[in-house]
Design a protein around this ligand. Structure first.
Ligand code: G4F
Length: 327
């Protein structure tokens, strides 16, 4: 029988790559989007416009338990990938209330709907390395204690606790992927890597001269989103549900990312990057570095795309798309 997948956040970077991946695996793919997205397709559905004919889109809201129940009852998914969230850390300092409400309640509603209406459905929760926050151990693995530093991080720790609790209390097949930063040409413009690659492209093409950034010394473990969606799927194919760190095991600073991105375009970052103290966060996560050995051992997963390739992919893609737009 053909497997049925339901993806929340299908219009985002990860959702779009995951949908492509599952289509190739012959799944029937369904996605939840907000009604406003359907009314503004060209803006909100750009990442999935090439696969729209191959997937099923449902209007629903993570704020409405009833709307989630209706979809789950109707399509009876084999697997749910819960990726939707307010995922921009910096914004969570400005709107803690909506970040906590959407991220925590949305996860809870889905888990509860699965328990009551489709208990055989396997459930993936998109956890985050932001849960480690002020890191208590280097590198971080599945046993490292959490110390979140933002409403976003707190919402993800709670989502993770809910996921584990539904697994233990109700015997559901629920997994958390503790994903470290993962990027691509489909990344949103608010995140630092895309801000840099797009900034480099605009400077290269003479549209702008400067790029304002915040903390250049923050360090992240950056992988490619295309690699990471495969790890999500692998988690749900195991006999037993479990939680996994997904990372590259390599770390770079924002400065290193910028240096390489400018170099890809033949430019010197020192001439164009300026620091704006207003872009620093009230509580920063200074360093993240993941140990993915459990995923390697149990899921037989490893990252394929290197940091260098990732940066090149993003910069070249931004240069091409600006040229194509006829700027
Ligand atoms: O790109 P960022 O905004 O990503 P952040 O905060 O690490 O979060 C991302 O990864 C998480 C996984 O660990 C996800 F869960 C989360 O949803 C999101 O995808 O910022 C990265 C670093 C930060 O330390 C930030 O302070 O870059 C620093 N930074 C320096 N200048 C900047 C800027 N970040 C942004 N967004 N914009 C800047 O101008």
């Amino acid at each position: 029988m053909r497997k049925v997948a339901l993806i929340t956040g299908i219009t985002g970077q990860d959702g779009s790559y995951l949908a492509e991946f599952l289509i190739k695996k012959k799944y029937q793919v369904h996605g939840i989007v907000r009604r406003v997205a359907l009314e503004d397709r060209s803006h909100r559905l750009w990442r999935i416009k090439h696969i729209l004919k191959k997937i099923h889109i449902h209007a629903a809201s993570l704020e409405s338990y009833a709307s989630l129940v209706k979809i789950i009852q109707k399509i009876k998914p084999t697997e749910i990938y819960h990726l939707a969230a307010q995922s921009y850390v910096d914004y969570s300092f400005r709107d803690e209330f909506s970040t906590l409400n959407t991220n925590i309640n949305g996860t809870h509603y889905l888990l509860s709907a699965v328990k009551d209406f489709s208990p055989k459905t396997k459930f993936y929760f998109a956890g985050s390395s932001e849960m480690f926050g002020k890191v208590q151990q280097v590198p971080q693995n599945e046993k490292t204690p959490f110390y979140p530093r933002s409403a976003y991080g707190i919402s993800k720790v709670t989502g993770h606790d809910l996921t584990r609790n539904y697994r233990e209390a109700y015997n559901l097949f629920c997994c958390t992927g503790i994903l470290f930063n993962h990027e691509s040409p489909r990344r949103g413009f608010e995140f630092v890597t895309r801000k840099i690659s797009h900034g480099v492209a605009k400077i290269k093409l003479g549209i702008e001269k400067k790029l304002m950034l915040g903390n250049l010394d923050a360090k992240r473990d950056w992988g490619h989103a295309r690699d990471y969606v495969e790890a999500m799927w692998k988690m749900l194919q195991k006999k037993r549900p479990d939680d996994f760190v997904v990372s590259t095991g390599k770390q770079h600073s924002v400065r290193e990312f910028a240096k390489l991105a400018f170099a890809v375009a033949g430019l010197d970052y020192k001439k164009h990057v300026f620091v704006d103290k207003n872009l620093f966060r009230p509580a920063e996560v200074n360093t993240l570095l993941g140990n993915y050995s459990k995923a390697r051992r149990i899921l037989k997963w490893k990252p394929r795309i290197s940091f260098k390739h990732l940066v090149k992919d993003m910069v070249e893609s931004d240069i091409k798309s600006i040229i194509k737009s006829g700027y």
